[in-house]
Design a protein around this ligand. Structure first.
Ligand SMILES: Nc1ncnc2c1ncn2[C@@H]1O[C@H](COP(=O)(O)OP(=O)(O)OP(=O)(O)O)[C@@H](O)[C@H]1O
Ligand SMILES: [Mg+2]
Length: 254
């Protein structure tokens, strides 16, 4: 499917701009008396990978948690395919296809790989008949090889692959990935990002990829947003951002 690759690389199909899947408008959120997000706006098209980069404490996790409904928005709007869900519970959003892979993966460590992925399938609740898992297992046989092993005993990279496969099994429409490269070597990060690309292609989900590994994230994503102290300070085409002086100095080591 060469068309799919072209679409995921640009976020657009040959027919014109792809529909916006996820939109965040002027979002404010925080904890207690602290406001962390001060008016964040972003858009993700169907099948597109959009990266949110920023240093420690910029508000990246707060952003995806608020989109998933785990933290209330204090102001602003969250729209799924144009429909507002700002006041909806996390469960309601999950039913609509919002899937968060949180920082640190959070597999059920005592369950096997296969059991974890079956839980993902159960969460799909008939959103689509097309099960992407077989394709992913063909492309990443390491997950299939570990099918009956206890998830908690796998390496960090293997656990991240299981977490992504489980997320794909639940047939996400809006997939939020919070630092999937955390704790992984650059080589393993590349492998995990290759899986992220395949998940986006196979599920057609709009993907928000939160990352500190800015260079690799900007190579994978079509567009990106740079978050600093809860504000978007730069955004645009990922390749352009990667080449910009400000981003290179702040996030790519010059
Ligand atoms: N549960 C919480 N209660 C209070 N403050 C919090 C909580 N979680 C995060 N914060 C604060 O909110 C700010 C943003 O944190 P957040 O975790 O969103 O940043 P981040 O960009 O994901 O950082 P990192 O790259 O380290 O994961 C920080 O100042 C942090 O201390
Ligand atoms: Mg974080």
């Amino acid at each position: 499917m060469p068309d799919t690759a072209a679409r995921s690389a640009t976020g657009r199909s040959a027919a014109g701009p792809a529909a916006t899947a996820l939109e965040v408008r002027d979002l404010h959120a925080g904890y207690g008396r602290a406001t962390v997000l001060h008016g964040v706006s972003l858009q993700v098209a169907r099948g597109e990978i959009v990266s949110v980069i920023g240093s420690n404490g910029a508000g990246k996790s707060t952003l995806v948690q608020t989109v998933a409904g785990l933290l209330p928005a204090r102001a602003g709007e969250i729209l799924l395919d144009g429909e507002g869900v700002t006041g909806a519970t996390a469960q309601m959003r999950a039913r609509r296809g919002v899937v968060l892979v949180p920082e640190g993966r959070r597999l059920f460590g005592e369950l096997t790989v296969g059991e974890n992925i079956r839980l993902g399938r159960r969460a799909a609740r008939g959103r689509s008949d097309d099960d992407p898992v077989a394709d992913l297992l063909d492309a990443f046989p390491v997950v299939r090889e570990r099918w009956n092993q206890q998830s908690g005993l796998l390496s960090g990279g293997q656990q991240q692959m299981v977490a992504l496969t489980r997320a794909a099994a639940s047939r996400p429409r809006y997939l939020l990935l919070d630092e999937p490269s955390l704790g992984l070597s650059p080589a393993l990060t590349l492998e995990v990002f290759r899986l992220v690309r395949l998940v986006a292609e196979r599920t057609g989900a709009g993907v928000v990829l939160v990352e500190q590994m800015a260079d690799q994230a900007l190579r994978l994503a079509s567009r990106a947003y740079v978050l600093e102290q809860g504000r978007v300070v730069a955004s645009g085409e990922a390749g352009e951002l990667r080449r910009s002086d400000a981003v290179r100095k702040a996030y790519l080591g010059g």
